[in-house]
Design a protein around this ligand. Structure first.
Ligand SMILES: Cc1ncc(C[n+]2csc(CCOP(=O)(O)OP(=O)(O)O)c2C)c(N)n1
Ligand SMILES: [Mg+2]
Length: 668
């Protein structure tokens, strides 16, 4: 495509006081990604690359926004924002290696296209689910606010992505917390094949700003001078007075959603009309008319870009393929963390589980002086279980943050804080409500380190469990949703001493940890707990009772059911293993015990199918088969939702069936 002759200039430009250097930079920054794309389209036709999401026609937005920001300010781009990456001057061979899954890319061949971030260039890439990065931008902006560095964060979404709940949550949180975020909506007319008329029912997406209490503007996304100068003004204003601003860029998607899907459903007239507004062609013609660009200079720039693209492509193709290595793959699921043992030196006092967690959290807040905790009603009110009672007074409102009811955005914000090196603890009001933030947990927090080496230094506190007559939505113990997701750690203490030490370790660990706290144990279980700070290791079960007849394996409240049963039946000589952490799991403790006793029974509070007991049972079968004197037994709760009233809940819970199952196993 010959840019300057393709069409005449139909757009108006007011070059204001922009100097020649800036105008040429704007042009070059739009031209380079256009030329890369044109090359990619050829390679695509030759079958040399797999997928391509085109940003042709939308370059002015990426270029204008990126140039308006300082290089150390974060940008969170989408799949059509190649120009963000090129304007940030990422060496092209690294981009090409990324698309070919080579080592000099950004994901070691583990993720494709633009699904990566790079701290080196202050770019945080998308995940496929589109919306979550809006909340991550909130977290980065919160970090900037806490660091008082006056930086602005820009995050992109298409108009399709604005229909996701993440958009609503992220704008709402940003507004309530006055976060310095530039929300950039690229309204390009389509979300895959869906036209805007089927996507939303308001005139302009910018109109929504009012509903969130956010300033908003509409910009012509094809006019590079408009985009650059107006965004620059907004950015300067946000730096002075931190707050979110919503920008709707009107533009058009000139090619298919991705190259294979075509544009049959797009009216030809619409494409033709927007083709006249091509941001690059119009600007080139304007620059030529203004004698800022000459045909000769243009040709020189193009030759240089062609050479740069070809040289870098050659370099990328020449790079050897990534070798397949099991240890590399398994070794990159979690960030390496060397556990630091801290032994208590202080005397103990009797604490309830709830007090031990509160004390532990408080001591970690003191130890990590930038640790932020976030949750609903946790500040003035002290949390619904009063774990953070008094924290506001001790640590202040910046670090003890009441949140709107926005689980997704808050978990995403925790990810953003981690990107900026700040640890956080998120209190889910009830573990059941993690479903409203499920996507960022299992797709963002869990996978980021493996995908592009970015850890999620986040602890999610999960008040869970039944036995409190709270019905289907306040009683679940949903650990199995997370133990099956690589990248997450899952801890589930049954005693105050363990809870305090394991919470300290969870906060020290740079990986995402789900910390389960059983509500029925909060105020019913007491134990002597050291008064000062100490840690306990993950992946170490505790052997609560020793015996040679059977191994009872359990965790959480069910440990106490097993203890009750053994108290009632002193003649049963059992090993009772309290797992304490489920991921990592202390398989050695399990196998050692089962090899000794020859019988294993696993007791879990969760319903049977797909729970931890099933996996542990299979592992025992695979590893201890020859030592078994009886089939492994699982005891779990009923395959129903959790009922409300006492007698139904009593029937539901595994507790009522454990004693009989244990005796049956011993009699086998
Ligand atoms: C949660 C989720 N649902 C659906 C998709 C499939 N999908 C990927 S991109 C896309 C369209 C996005 O449209 P828009 O936000 O307008 O961005 P554009 O592609 O137009 O730049 C869809 C439906 C997805 N990736 N994630
Ligand atoms: Mg769109």
């Amino acid at each position: 495509m010959k840019t300057t002759s393709a069409s005449k200039q139909v757009m108006d430009y007011d070059k204001k006081n922009l100097d020649r250097k800036t105008l040429i930079a704007l042009y070059k920054n739009m031209l380079k990604p256009r030329m890369i794309e044109e090359k990619m389209l050829i390679l695509l036709r030759q079958g040399k690359i797999s997928k391509w999401f085109s940003g042709i026609g939308q370059e002015a937005i990426s270029v204008g926004v990126t140039m308006a920001l300082a290089k150390d300010e974060y940008i969170l781009p989408m799949h059509r924002n190649l120009a963000v990456f090129t304007t940030r001057e990422i060496p092209l061979y690294r981009l090409f290696c990324q698309w070919q899954g080579k080592a000099s890319g950004f994901t070691k061949g583990r993720d494709r296209s633009f699904h990566f971030g790079t701290q080196e260039f202050n770019i945080i890439g998308m995940i496929s689910h589109l919306g979550p990065q809006l909340g991550v931008a909130d977290g980065i902006a919160l970090a900037n606010l806490l660091k008082k560095n006056n930086q602005v964060t820009a995050v992109f979404t298409g108009e399709g992505g604005t229909s996701e709940g993440d958009f609503h949550e992220a704008l709402n949180v940003a507004s309530v917390w006055k976060l310095p975020v530039l929300f950039c909506v690229e309204n390009n007319g389509y979300g895959l094949s869906t036209p805007t008329s089927q996507q939303y029912n308001c005139k302009h997406i910018a109109d929504r700003g009012k509903g969130y209490g956010i300033e908003s503007v509409i910009l012509d996304g094809n006019n590079i001078i408009d985009v650059y100068t107006k965004v620059l003004k907004l950015v300067e204003s946000i730096r002075k007075r931190p707050r979110p601003i919503l920008i709707e860029f009107k533009t058009f998607r000139m090619r298919g959603h991705e190259e294979a899907s075509g544009t049959k459903y797009v009216p030809k007239a619409l494409i033709n009309e927007w083709a006249k507004k091509d941001p690059l062609v119009n600007f080139a013609n304007f620059l030529i008319k203004e004698r800022i660009l000459t045909e000769k200079l243009d040709a020189e720039i193009r030759t240089a870009f062609t050479d740069e693209i070809n040289d870098n492509l050659k370099k990328a193709y020449a790079e050897e393929d990534i070798p397949v290595s099991l240890s590399n793959e398994l070794g990159d699921v979690y960030k390496t963390h060397v556990y630091q043992e801290v032994v208590s030196k202080d005397s103990s006092k009797e604490l309830r589980l709830v007090d031990a967690i509160s004390e532990g959290l408080h001591q970690s807040m003191t130890r990590h002086n930038d640790l932020v905790i976030m949750g609903q009603d946790i500040a003035d009110y002290g949390g619904v279980f009063k774990i953070t009672d008094g924290f506001l007074k001790d640590f202040g409102r910046e670090r003890v943050r009441n949140t709107p009811i926005c689980e997704s955005a808050i978990i995403e914000a925790a990810m953003g804080l981690s990107i900026c090196g700040i640890k956080s603890v998120v209190e889910l009001q009830f573990a059941d409500f993690v479903t409203s933030g499920f996507n960022p947990v299992v797709n963002y927090l869990a996978k980021s380190f493996y995908r592009w080496n970015q850890n999620a230094d986040v602890v999610l506190r999960m008040p869970c469990g039944a036995g409190v007559a709270a019905g289907p939505f306040h009683s679940q113990t949903n650990e199995a949703w997370f133990t099956k997701t690589p990248g997450l750690k899952v801890v589930y203490p049954a005693f105050p001493y363990d809870a305090k030490g394991l919470l300290a370790t969870a906060i020290n660990d740079p990986n995402p940890v789900l910390f389960f706290e059983h509500k029925a144990l909060y105020r019913s279980i007491r134990q002597n707990v050291p008064s000062d700070y100490y840690t306990l290791p993950f992946g170490k079960a505790s052997l609560l009772k020793e015996g040679d007849q059977v191994s009872i394996i359990s965790y959480g409240a069910a440990v106490h059911w097993a203890l009750d049963t053994l108290d009632k039946n002193p003649d049963i000589k059992a090993d009772l293993i309290d797992l304490r952490s489920l991921q990592p799991l202390d398989t050695e403790a399990i196998y050692t015990s089962v090899r000794k006793t020859g019988r294993a029974i696993i007791l879990q509070e969760d319903s049977m199918f797909g729970g931890i007991a099933s996996d542990i049972s299979a592992m025992i079968m695979e590893n201890c088969f020859e030592d078994l004197d009886a089939p492994v037994k699982r005891v779990a709760s009923l395959e129903t939702p959790i009922p409300f009233i006492d007698q139904l809940e009593g029937q539901y819970l595994a507790k009522s069936r454990f004693e009989e199952a244990l005796k049956q196993l011993l009699n086998y």
